[in-house]
Ligand binder design. Structure first.
Ligand SMILES: [Zn+2]
Length: 42
């Protein structure tokens, strides 16, 4: 299953299932991509 990652400083990731449930943006305060869309891991 694919994973989706934050490309910012937090380095966070979620599973595809979580992404589809709406966890599609970075939620880590202080990350330089906070609130930005996660991207599919290559
Ligand atoms: Zn982030």
């Amino acid at each position: 299953m694919a994973r989706y990652v934050c490309t910012g400083t937090c380095g966070g990731s979620v599973s595809e299932a979580e992404f589809k449930r709406g966890k599609n943006k970075c939620g880590t305060k202080g990350c330089n991509r906070y609130g930005k869309q996660l991207v599919m891991e290559k």
